[in-house]
Design a protein around this ligand. Structure first.
Ligand code: PLP
Length: 415
């Protein structure tokens, strides 16, 4: 059975919507794009929505009384509503547009962290966190004197939940947890960890960068307090991300950045703040990108998030099985029969991931090689780098076969 026969998505029709997929590498080799965990490609409806903004109503938001500004303001504000619906948030007041996941996490670390952490408190991170979580929280801990604790990862690529229960005590103010690991593919039990956090009156921040693009996410059902994700990993544009925050929390937090757009009234001595979410969106915001992201949410919903999840699980499982059956490949993360996000990271004996990635590039296959912004996790795995193949709505098992053929080419060259 091929991925198209698997039938949760009409992959051929989907591929038509992504113009970039018909380009070639070196003028003749078709592109096989397997670097979706880094950035996904952009479909026509998203490109169209952004073009429409620039063709028809490009203007700044919230500050003009003229027609274009009013139209842009309405579309930009409604984009917040659209994203709220996409992840099950109450309304636009819980949706802050940021530059990306990294900025959303910095917003929590700095605005919430500086106001709520001190030398008697602790934050709990994990050994599999992306640097976007590790670095901002380690920094804010240095500034405030708070302790940082880390939930370890066991040999099957899962968080050690027994250890987590020991690490989370009444001193802990916040847990920051990747919903899906961008290196291991592990799907972490975010709801369970939210319960653990709340038993100790702590908050939980979910890093949804690898979850929102590929599975239905409902922040209320997960009972998370904050949740962060990026537009460019979910068929949307670069330059935009989202921080979901519980309305009462966002209300109570000080601003993150200061300037125009986030104030209510300014005097020479001080200022008062605009309502949420605008209090957290200083300066001219990512207007075209916000409108593009709302179009991406429409696009993904038109395919159906359950169908997307099923398709990607099918392609990922196929890739995992084919890679794991090779004696010269070591796959990291959960075993084949377990749920994982839409990616497989691995090492190939005798070929450094950077060399492999560059040989694959010559065969048209784009993958990511390196530490994937998880250096402490790679330290724990005792490897300096892995190769990561990651899948999206337009990938097929035939493309996985091309990846495997590329591995053979690399082996021949290096043997
Ligand atoms: N968190 C995870 C799990 C990721 O995979 C990434 C990106 O690779 C990020 C955070 C950071 O995303 P961005 O670079 O869009 O801020």
């Amino acid at each position: 059975m091929t991925a198209t026969e698997h039938a949760s998505l009409d992959v051929e029709a989907i591929r038509e919507e992504f113009p970039i997929l018909s380009r070639t590498i070196d003028d003749e080799t078709p592109l096989i794009y397997l670097d979706n965990a880094a950035t996904t490609q952009t479909p026509e409806p998203v490109i169209r929505a952004m073009n429409e903004f620039y063709h028809e109503y490009n203007a700044n938001v919230h500050r003009g009384i003229h027609q274009l500004s009013m139209e842009a303001s309405i579309e930009y504000e409604e984009a917040h509503d659209r994203l709220a619906r996409f992840i099950g948030a109450s309304d636009r007041e819980e949706i802050v547009f940021t530059k990306n996941t990294t900025e959303a996490m910095n917003l929590v670390a700095q605005a919430w962290g500086r106001a709520n952490l001190d030398a008697d408190s602790a934050v709990v991170l994990t050994e599999m966190d992306h640097h976007a979580s590790l670095v901002p929280f380690t920094q804010v801990a240095e500034w405030t004197g708070a302790e940082v604790r880390h939930i370890p990862v066991d040999e099957t690529g899962h968080l050690d939940l027994e250890r987590a229960a020991e690490l989370v005590d009444d001193d802990v103010e916040l847990l920051s947890i990747p919903h899906v690991s961008n290196t291991l593919g592990t799907v972490n039990p975010l709801g369970e960890l939210a319960d653990l956090a709340h038993e100790h009156d702590a908050l939980i921040l979910g890093d949804g960068a690898q979850a929102v693009p590929s599975r239905p996410v409902d922040v209320k059902a997960l009972d998370v307090d904050f949740y962060a994700f990026s537009g460019h990993k979910m068929a949307g544009p670069t330059g935009i991300g989202v921080l979901y925050g519980r309305a009462d929390l966002l209300e109570s937090m000080p601003p993150f950045q200061f300037g125009g757009g986030m104030i209510e009234r300014v005097t020479l001595d001080g200022a008062t703040w605009a309502d949420v979410p605008w209090k957290f969106e200083a300066g001219t915001p990512p207007i075209a990108e916000g409108i593009g992201l709302a179009a991406a949410a429409d696009y993904l919903d038109s395919l159906g998030m359950e169908a997307i999840e099923a398709h990607e699980a099918w392609v990922t499982e196929y890739a995992h099985e084919r890679l794991a059956e090779r004696p010269d490949v070591t796959v990291v993360g959960p075993p084949v029969d377990e749920e994982r996000g839409s990616l497989v990271s691995f090492t190939l004996d005798g070929v450094h991931p950077h060399d492999l990635s560059s040989i694959l590039n010559e065969t048209g296959v784009a993958v990511r090689a390196g530490d994937h912004c998880t250096q402490p996790l790679h330290d724990a795995l005792d490897v300096s780098a892995t190769t990561r193949a990651s899948f999206y709505v337009y990938n097929t098992t035939a493309e996985v076969d091309a990846l495997l053929e590329g591995l053979d080419v690399a082996k021949e060259l290096f043997d």
